[in-house]
Design a protein around this ligand. Structure first.
Ligand SMILES: [Ca+2]
Length: 510
């Protein structure tokens, strides 16, 4: 995490304010702007505009940022795909719904059952909603899979056909390093998605995100009788990182820099009995054992550059379409990603690397880049889009970011990320407080002086703790919903569950 680029951009631009005023009164149905939201799975702050890794190349998103507001401090509602996306799309936080885990289907929450999700709301407000790729988190059932297909007027399932270059494959669970199956491999235990990476054979044809980008290129050439709400789901850089060789070739392995980590990082993260509670992650230990840290970092950057190119295809198509000047665009990750920081890979932590994610917003009329340092949250997307499109307000957990889009220096509150019941991160521009393990572990980091979160102040600096907690504690969730029952997580079925849509329509009519 490079903090050098996080300097405030002072002053709001008068021209922009004039153009925003277009949206400050109620908007007649025929003038409503289109919406294009692009979700990029497991994207961390290595996107150029966020400065997390100066080596990572994302020219398309960076170019887009030049005429957008870049939210430098955006938290996810939950630090894994399912809870984060469920919150963003339902408008309710994990602590409100009890959707804490990837095996919780949001449709099992009574609150979600009786409220429209973001795309359903836009559909009811006479938008044409169109989607392909991963927007909702997938869940399996006997009737087929639920991938949120029921939430859109037009939906196409995205599938992938890839051929992996076996000679260059690395796969922890299978014990394969540089294409060779090891005799007594270490760290082959399962644990989340397969930790594997290496180039594919061939070009872009058949790759999921590339095909999704091409699909949206065609959709942006079509004529529509009403405004559209398009949701583009890009699946990289989610594991596994298999993208064409040319994206790996963007990065010279010898000069790849690995993020800073401290092998004693956990020594000051103790529970109430004074014991260490964290262990280095298997992926991290495997990379250390076989000298693969640089390879893994390069693979994540390759996958990110590939995702960026696919995002760029959609953005270029929009720019060349008749919708260019009347479309709100939002690009966001669903949570962050560790690559060695705090001795781990992946998401699923409450540390900053996992809770913070890129978020870029373009409103028609924006011509220059603005950087907003306020602590916003993906939960704010739903109310913000309602506000910007002039639609009837709805009671939701987030708050509209329209005031910040008009003046990025406005005072704003800290925000929350929740991982499992009762475990929270509360972050301000200065402080980061974490409470987990039934309240037995607390951490406080001074982000201004310690952005990598090496020094837990909780035991060592009572003065700073008192100061920070006065500001942060009021934002702890007031109630912590019980987790909804776990659903079938088997996503092997290719068939979509056709019964959900009818059930959903019925429930929402009530
Ligand atoms: Ca994700």
């Amino acid at each position: 995490m490079n903090k050098k680029l996080l300097n405030p951009l002072k002053g709001a631009l008068a021209l922009l304010i004039i153009s925003f005023n277009l949206f400050s009164h109620s908007i007649s149905a025929s003038d409503r702007p289109n919406v294009l939201m692009i979700s990029v799975d497991d994207l961390n702050d290595w996107v150029g505009a966020f400065g997390g890794n100066p080596q990572c190349q994302t020219p398309h998103m960076d170019r887009f940022a030049e005429k957008s507001m870049v939210f430098l401090n955006t938290s996810c509602p939950g630090p894994v795909c399912g809870p984060s996306r469920s919150a963003l799309l339902s408008g309710f936080m994990p602590a409100t719904t009890g959707i804490y885990s990837n095996s919780n289907n949001m449709l099992d929450s009574p609150l979600v059952q009786s409220n429209t999700t973001l795309p359903e709301y836009f559909s009811k407000q006479d938008y044409l909603t169109i989607s392909r790729g991963k927007i909702f988190h997938a869940h399996g059932s006997k009737k087929g899979i639920d991938i949120g297909h029921w939430a859109f007027d037009i939906f196409e399932q995205a599938r992938s056909k890839i051929v992996i270059d076996a000679k260059q494959l690395n796969n922890r669970q299978k014990g394969i390093v540089h294409g060779k199956k090891l005799e007594n491999p270490k760290f082959t235990r399962q644990g989340g998605s397969t930790f594997a990476f290496g180039p594919t054979v061939g070009g872009m044809d058949g790759l999921k995100d590339y095909e999704t980008a091409k699909w949206f290129q065609k959709k942006l050439e079509e004529d529509y009788e009403k405004p559209f709400f398009m949701a583009v789901g890009i699946s990289q850089p989610h594991l596994t990182w298999h993208v064409p060789q040319r994206f790996f070739d963007l990065y010279d392995l010898d000069t790849v820099q690995v993020p800073e980590y401290d092998l004693n990082d956990y020594k000051d993260i103790l529970n109430t009995k004074g014991k260490t509670v964290d262990k280095p992650h298997d992926d991290f230990l495997w990379c250390q054992e076989y000298g693969l840290m640089k390879d893994a970092v390069r693979a994540y950057m390759a996958a990110t550059s590939y995702a960026d190119e696919c995002v760029g295809m959609v953005l270029d198509s929009l720019a060349n379409s008749k919708y260019a000047d009347n479309t709100i665009v939002m690009i966001f990750g669903d949570h962050g990603w560790h690559l060695g920081e705090k001795l781990r890979f992946r998401k699923a932590s409450l540390w900053r690397e996992a809770t913070q994610t890129p978020f870029i917003v373009h409103i028609p009329g924006m011509k220059k880049k603005q950087e907003c340092k306020r602590n916003v949250n993906l939960i704010d997307i739903y109310p913000t889009l309602i506000d910007l499109c002039g639609l009837p307000t709805k009671e939701l957990d987030g708050k509209s970011l329209k005031p910040l889009l008009e003046n990025c220096d406005l005072p704003w509150s800290p925000t929350v990320t929740t991982q499992d019941k009762g475990n929270h991160s509360i972050i301000s521009e200065k402080w980061h407080y974490i409470i987990r393990k039934k309240g037995t572990v607390e951490e406080l980091y001074d982000l201004e002086n310690d952005p990598m979160e090496f020094i837990n102040l909780m035991q060592s600096n009572p003065e700073k703790v008192e100061l920070a907690m006065k500001k942060l504690k009021p934002f702890l969730p007031k109630s912590n919903a019980e987790m909804v029952p776990r659903s079938n997580h088997d996503k092997s079925s290719k068939k979509l569950d056709a019964t959900i849509k009818a059930k959903r329509d019925l429930a929402l009519l009530k």
